[in-house]
Ligand binder design. Structure first.
Ligand code: UD1
Length: 444
């Protein structure tokens, strides 16, 4: 079983390049099958969620050519079924984008219902509300798939009850090929929503307002091929910003859109870190005397829930008491127990939505388990700060969303590797100086 193994204590220094946004790419891959012409996607991250989506697209008949590690060409004219019932698609939540895309293009879709990270109840009622408004009928099949079908899709005025990234993108996908005008009110404004809209517009769609609360879509008859580079990953960038801050390092994070990182930068500034913004880079210098701060997650441009575990790790090492309020997902503090085993002092209230973090002077290495994708990244950051060795198991979660996470950290000076057995672990420990003796040896 793969694990990250690391020896903490080295401040991260140097430069790191950020890849394309996983969450944008998932919507974009679904959008790409909405035309029969080739769509070339650049800056596609090589992470397991994306590879699952590519396999699903290919298994329903689309031609997927990988031109290089980060570029694929998708030609969907050969799709032979609108049923995506492979068990493996349940592994990724974003497989539900295939419903919007197939429904929009073929007016019928059946997709095995999604899984994804275990971060609380994640309903899809707003997706369904949007599809129904456009004229689709939906049902859950006995096999646990969502079947959607429409005689015709007709544009409507849709008021979302919750601000949902997934529902906004899914309804947008279906609506671009609907008849007439669709308006999505209380739309999500995340950079990935904007990126999917931009790709669709490059394919001939007529979407206005993506990035605001109200998205207006004029349906078109068909879409065409294009070449499109995926936006840089806001969350990968934010994770490296937190790693730089936590280890008191100095890291230039390249290939980012600083505007997307403003709220993350603002929190690091409140803690006393130094941030320099460039056109397509941010530099983060940590501060060994970090101050506490409070964080509340909220939809963009608020503090992203996907950055919550990583900032908790930094705050675990700050002076004073910080509070984190999680307002998007329940069960997003599953990592707290693991962090406390490393010496953090964090309590989660009974309701489960507020964590109180009493800053400690240092963390100690431990064997911990990643409970989900972002929490896994946070535990790696903790391990890079901790005294001694930390192993993070269940890294399959981390690999869902971070490309070459260990290699990128190594380039910044971190002592981290991926190990698959005890022999590799022992070799790494020997090479990096070995375990500290539990008790200092007494002089004779
Ligand atoms: C996406 C991201 C995920 C991120 C989240 C919030 C992808 C693939 N995943 O997830 O990494 O953490 O946005 O930024 O892009 N909700 C409903 N009904 C619905 C849909 C959502 O009540 O039909 C609720 C959810 O339970 C949650 C909130 O709305 O409380 C936001 O969820 P949503 O924005 O939909 O998250 P995802 O699209 O699943």
């Amino acid at each position: 079983m793969l694990q990250f193994l690391m020896k903490g204590g080295t401040p991260l220094k140097g430069e790191v390049n950020i890849g394309g946004a996983k969450n944008a790419a998932l919507g974009i891959l679904a959008a790409a099958i909405m035309t029969d012409e080739p769509v070339v996607l650049e800056n596609l991250p090589d992470v397991s969620d994306i590879n699952v989506m590519l396999k699903a697209i290919s298994d329903i008949g689309a031609q997927v050519d990988r031109l290089d590690r980060h570029t694929v060409r998708i030609t969907a004219g050969s799709i032979h079924t609108q049923k995506v019932l492979f068990d493996y698609v349940r592994k990724i939540r974003a497989s539900y984008y295939l419903i919007g895309a197939l429904l929009g293009k073929y007016k019928t879709a059946e997709v095995a219902l999604p899984g994804g990270c275990a971060i609380g109840a994640r309903p899809i009622d707003q997706h369904l509300k949007g599809f129904h408004a456009l004229g689709a009928r939906t049902e859950i099949t006995n096999e646990g798939a969502l079947h959607a079908e429409a005689d015709a899709l007709v544009g409507r005025h849709i008021f979302m009850d919750v601000v949902s990234v997934g529902a906004t993108i899914n309804v947008m996908l279906a609506a671009v090929l609907a008849e007439g005008r669709t308006v999505i009110e209380s739309a999500a404004k995340e950079p990935h929503v904007v990126d999917v809209a931009n790709l669709l517009n490059c394919m001939g769609a007529r979407i206005k307002g993506a990035g605001t609360d109200v998205i207006r879509i004029h349906g078109v008859e068909k879409l065409h091929g294009t070449t499109y580079p995926i936006v840089p990953d806001q969350i990968e960038a934010g994770t490296f910003m937190m790693a730089a801050a936590a280890t008191n390092g100095d890291v230039m994070i390249r290939n980012v859109i600083p505007k997307h990182l403003e709220v993350i930068s603002a929190k690091l500034l409140e803690m006393g870190c130094t941030i320099q913004e460039f056109d397509d880079a941010v530099r983060v210098c940590g501060n060994p005397d970090k101050m506490y701060t409070n964080v509340k997650t909220s939809p963009y441009p608020g503090f992203p829930t996907d950055m919550q575990p990583q900032i908790a790790t930094v705050l675990a090492l700050a002076n004073g008491t910080s509070m984190i309020t999680e307002s998007i997902f329940e069960k997003r503090f599953a990592y707290v127990e693991e962090l406390n085993r490393m010496g953090a002092d964090i309590t989660v209230c009974e309701k489960g939505d507020v964590a109180t973090i009493n800053g400690v002077k240092g963390l100690k290495g431990a064997d911990v388990t990643a409970p989900d994708l972002r929490a896994g990244a946070a535990l790696v950051i903790a391990g890079l700060c901790a005294e001694g060795y930390t192993s993070v198991s269940d890294i399959k979660y981390v690999l869902r969303g971070y490309e070459d996470f260990d290699v990128k950290m190594q380039k910044l000076g971190a002592q981290i590797i991926t190990v698959s057995d005890e022999k590799e672990a022992e070799e790494f420990i020997r090479r990096t100086g070995g375990m500290e003796p539990l008790e200092p040896a007494k002089e004779a």
